[in-house]
Design a protein around this ligand. Structure first.
Ligand code: MN
Length: 278
């Protein structure tokens, strides 16, 4: 198996462990795979995903030093960033998920990866969550650079069934390798927190919608200053059949293809008329 950046001694490559399906041992796949997340380089979901991906080739992990859940697509422009390597071989960056993938794609890696995978997030990224998600953002950065990209999230917090989720994540990547999908694409995948045998299969979904978030929680700090904690996400509002919320609640893996163009095409004529009107 080729390392991601064999001519670059600083580049971290995790060797195939033989524990994640064995496909690599047969020489079936030899991808260059970039793995990132938003929960930080020590997160159990990241290790589980990296291990599962090692069945498909050479894995490089570049992840944030700290938890950056909710970071969305933020890039750090106000200070320089450092990249360090952990004992696990993972690279970690004192920045955001987007910083990590951006640095990997534009400077750290010797060659563009074949795929970017992000996760496995501790907690769902469904409906409106995708706007705020650092997990989705890391994958979106790959997509913006034209690389097929996947974001994986476990719908409940905690690593209870994270290896089962990684198994299903690998099934989806394997499907792509066996039957390529036109690139680039960005797939937002939410995985039920279930033993792998209890997962019903994979459903293609659209994003549902949530109610408005809970109000901020106001409190006082020890100095008597008022502080605010951002409140919890709203409950699902549009969660009917066909949505990501519905699929995962029913025990399916949810796969939603995402796009980035925010243009409200349907409103273009109305706004044009509004601005040109009397
Ligand atoms: Mn997270």
């Amino acid at each position: 198996m080729q390392g991601v950046a064999s001519s670059n001694p600083a580049a971290p490559t995790i060797e195939h462990t033989g524990q994640a399906g064995g496909a690599c041992a047969t020489g079936l796949f030899s991808l260059r795979i970039l793995v990132s997340n938003d929960d930080g380089y020590l997160a159990p979901g990241l290790a589980a995903l990296a291990q599962a991906m090692s069945a498909f080739g050479a894995v490089t992990v570049v992840a944030p030093e700290q938890n950056h859940s909710g970071a969305s697509n933020s890039l750090t422009l106000s200070r320089p960033l450092t990249v360090q390597r952990a004992q696990s071989g993972f690279f970690y960056v004192n920045g955001t998920p987007t910083d990590c993938v951006h640095i990997a794609l534009t400077g750290l890696l010797d060659a563009m990866p074949d795929i970017v995978v992000s996760g496995i997030n501790s907690g769902q990224n469904m409906g409106d969550d995708t706007i705020y998600s650092g997990t989705v953002a890391a994958a979106m950065e790959g997509y913006l650079f034209g690389v097929p990209s996947f974001a994986f999230s476990l719908v409940e917090r905690g690593p209870e069934h994270v290896h089962d989720a990684a198994h299903w994540a690998a099934q989806i990547v394997r499907r792509y390798l066996e039957a390529p999908l036109p690139a680039p694409f960005l797939l937002n995948v939410n995985l039920p927190n279930l033993p792998r045998d209890q997962v019903k299969g994979v459903q293609v979904t659209r994003l549902g919608k949530r109610h408005h978030s809970e109000p901020v929680v106001r409190a006082q700090n020890p100095r008597g200053e008022t502080i605010y904690w951002v409140g919890a996400a709203g409950t699902a509002r549009d969660a009917g059949p066909g949505t990501d919320f519905h699929a995962t609640a029913e025990g399916w893996v949810s796969v939603t293809p995402l796009q980035i163009d925010l243009t409200h095409t349907g409103l273009l004529p109305t706004v044009r008329q509004w601005l040109q009107g009397p």
